[in-house]
Design a protein around this ligand. Structure first.
Ligand code: ATP
Ligand code: MG
Length: 441
């Protein structure tokens, strides 16, 4: 089994060997190279101690000396070189109490989470695969190194990592490993929101966002996102839909690009449906007000998961307006763009299309054609450079003050009134005319 190592990696491994040490590429990069995927970064493991590694290379960074990691810089690229390590006992299911260095590669491979992540490679020895990693790669299977219950007991985050890797690689989770997650799911509560968020986002942005279903089935999401469990358990009897709210959500994520904002929007666009559900006399389910309530609920959830403010703002606005369907005239679309916010286009069209594609065949074509026409009008308006917000009006606050409007909230009100006028009649966006339209109290 041959792997083509990048030149820098070969250089680092040769340098270690010439100094009498061992060195291997290890972990994710070996896995990805064997799969024919481009590794994100190349990690190196060695029996040299951190200070010995530092002596061998001209430029290094002390990334985590106490954990054995030195970053070697070559042409502005960093390579993490970590000393063979045994992780000590885990005191709280999160952190090893201490790490100790070891001279044996096998000890280092044994501490790693999954068999496919526990292989090492260099040119002199070839592939070191002590736990059937190759076999599991061939069988497309995520399997713990050693006893899964023990391994998840040491670090509960590994349960989410198992699902994340299965979504990224399209692999199944081996039965014992999966059973262990089901029985230990409650221990995910020991893990910080930040670490949970990282794995959740990687799963959402993977090639199989619909594997989110595994978080529900294994019981994990019950602890970090119970609102998602409710989605999975909410049926919707309505001609527009052929799936439960949860299944519709999973399909809709497959129908949109891989960006974090778009995937989170689809995950949460119907999040308030369970609490907005009513059933009429004909037995049809309705969900009045779910976009606005969904935006609020999503904000709470995303804050709890410690997402950044920019992402929260983008996602909640897209949820708020995902079902907004202006009548198709230039005037109404201008109003819609102002209402929704220019910054949410053209993303809103992608959201609408993904939502529709994950619905039933009923009126599907019509609904998609509506979005096409909506987008065309939007593009025409942009091309004409029409004014859509207060900042593009031909007058500003200073102009109004000069015209005698007192400083304070009246300025804002006047500007808003002028914008309404201009949204109706774009040709009115002209300074002298707008000043003539000011209403003095
Ligand atoms: P990617 O970088 O694409 O997310 P990766 O496999 O490189 O995937 P990292 O989180 O970068 O994953 O970790 C690098 C390696 O360190 C893993 O391949 C695995 O061998 C080991 N590892 C990382 N986190 C853990 C953990 N929580 N428990 C055990 N081993 C781990
Ligand atoms: Mg990595």
């Amino acid at each position: 089994m041959n792997i083509k190592l990048p030149e820098h990696v070969t250089f680092i491994l040769h340098t270690l060997e010439k100094a009498g040490f061992e060195g291997y590429a290890v972990g994710g990069c070996v896995r990805d190279a064997l799969l024919g995927r481009e590794p994100q970064d190349w990690d190196i493991t060695t029996n040299a101690r951190p200070l010995q590694v530092k002596e061998l290379f001209r430029r290094t960074i002390d990334t985590g000396l106490q954990h054995g990691t030195v970053t070697v810089m070559l042409d502005h690229t960093g390579y993490e070189v970590t000393t063979y390590r045994i992780d000590g006992e885990y005191e709280d299911g999160r952190h090893p109490k201490e790490v100790s260095f070891t001279g044996r590669l096998s000890d280092d491979l044994m501490r790693r989470d999954f068999t496919i992540n526990a292989m090492a490679y260099n040119e002199s020895v070839g592939l070191v695969d002590l736990f059937h990693g190759i076999e599991d790669l061939k069988n497309a299977r995520i399997c713990c190194v050693g006893d899964p219950k023990e391994r998840f007991g040491e670090d509960a985050l590994r349960m989410m990592r198992a699902i994340r890797f299965s979504a990224q690689l399209g692999f199944a989770i081996e039965e014992q490993t999966r059973a262990a997650i089901e029985s230990l799911s409650a221990s995910i509560q020991k893990i910080s929101a930040e670490r949970i968020q990282t794995e959740l986002i990687k799963t959402l942005c993977s090639g199989h966002p619909e594997y989110m279903r595994l978080f529900y089935e294994t019981g994990l999401s019950h602890y970090f996102m119970p609102e998602f469990d409710r989605l999975m358990e909410t049926e919707q009897t309505n001609p527009h839909h052929c799936y439960s709210v949860g299944e519709h959500t999973l399909y809709s994520m497959k129908e949109i690009g891989e960006g974090k904002v778009l995937r989170l929007t689809m995950l949460l666009h119907d999040i308030a449906k369970p609490c907005c559900k009513t059933t009429d006399e004909q037995g049809i389910d309705h969900f009045h007000g779910h976009p606005a309530q969904g935006a609020e609920l999503a904000r709470k959830m995303l804050r709890r998961l410690k997402l950044d403010n920019e992402t929260i703002a983008r996602v909640t606005q897209l949820i708020r307006w995902h079902d907004d369907n202006p009548p198709l005239s230039e005037k109404n679309v201008r109003r819609a763009i102002h209402r929704v916010g220019e910054e949410n286009y053209p993303a809103l069209f992608a959201v609408k299309r993904a939502d529709i594609r994950a619905q039933s065949a009923y009126k599907k074509q019509e609904k998609l054609e509506y979005v096409d026409a909506y987008e065309k009008l939007y593009e025409q308006i942009l091309e004409k450079n029409q004014c859509l917000s207060i900042k593009n009006l031909a007058v500003n606050g200073a102009d109004l003050m000069q015209a005698g409007i007192p400083q304070g909230k009246e300025i804002g009100e006047q500007l808003q009134a002028l914008l309404e006028l201009v949204l109706e009649h774009p040709e009115y966006n002209e300074k002298a005319y707008l000043l003539s339209q000011i209403k003095h109290k």
